[in-house]
Design a protein. Structure first.
Length: 105
């Protein structure tokens, strides 16, 4: 959502995906796809900059590779075996762990 200011100084939030056009007569008129028109104080360039910043923010979030702690899973703890297995020589060794699926490599 982007913020615009009406003529009576009230702030209003608009969904930038619903904006069809922005007309700059002496006043700036924002037209939405449902036919609603809003007269705002903000200039067209400022509104366009806010729309670009909004979409860039969404794009950055969608392409970020960092995983939140509560969303990610720990592969080590999922496939790690705490048990030690004895091999043929009687010495203790760890079992060679392999992932179950190719996507877990």
């Amino acid at each position: 959502m982007i913020v615009v200011t009406r003529l009576d100084k009230q702030r209003m939030y608009l969904n930038p995906d619903h904006i069809i056009c922005i007309e700059e007569t002496p006043d700036t008129v924002v037209t939405l796809f449902n036919g609603n028109r809003y007269i705002v104080i903000d200039r067209a360039n400022a509104i366009i900059d806010r729309v670009i910043a909004f979409r860039a923010k969404i794009s950055r979030r969608a392409s970020s590779r960092s995983v939140k702690k509560y969303l990610g899973r720990s592969k080590f703890s999922q496939f790690h075996c705490d048990r030690h297995l004895q091999d043929d020589t009687g010495t203790h060794g760890t079992h060679n762990q392999t992932p179950f699926h190719s996507r877990d490599y």
